[in-house]
Design a protein around this ligand. Sequence first.
Ligand code: HEC
Length: 141
Amino acid sequence: MSGIFTKSMARNIFYGGTTFFFLLFLALTFDTERELPNRDNRAAITPEVAAGKHIWETRNCLGCHTLLGEGAYFAPELGNVYKRRGGDFIKGWMQAMPTGAPGRRQMPQFNLTDEELDQLVAFLKYTSEINTANWPPNIEG
Ligand code: HEC
């Protein structure tokens, strides 16, 4: 008897394994769904943050920048720019563009109002507070 691998043994391993991994999959899916609201900090999404995100999307900042790794690699990562430079710097930066400095990549002037700049800063502050498990690892992005 021992040493013979029967069809029913193979079937039991198949069904047992399938059931085990399906239950594991369900448990991990449930855990992810439970954890996500804590990680993306969604309680902090105020109307001002939402308005800032709208500016971010309609001005195509992603065409040059990355946000938490998503986007283009022409200009610096901005997911953590609020922590790197602070809100006043960001507002001043937006108003000072383009620098016209020779040999330096240029960023356009978007002519945002003071209120729009505050909304943009609120959005970038929000992104800087998302729990990304310390990514990017470098404050310079
Ligand atoms: C055409 C490309 C382009 C677009 C579009 C663009 N940027 Fe930039 N941005 C740049 C470049 C290039 C730099 C770096 C310039 C330098 O270092 O002199 C930069 C730098 C910045 C910085 C400073 C980053 C730092 O680490 O100091 C901020 C903040 C910023 N951009 C915000 C924005 C926002 C917000 C938008 C959308 C409203 C935007 N940018 C759209 C090209 C762009």
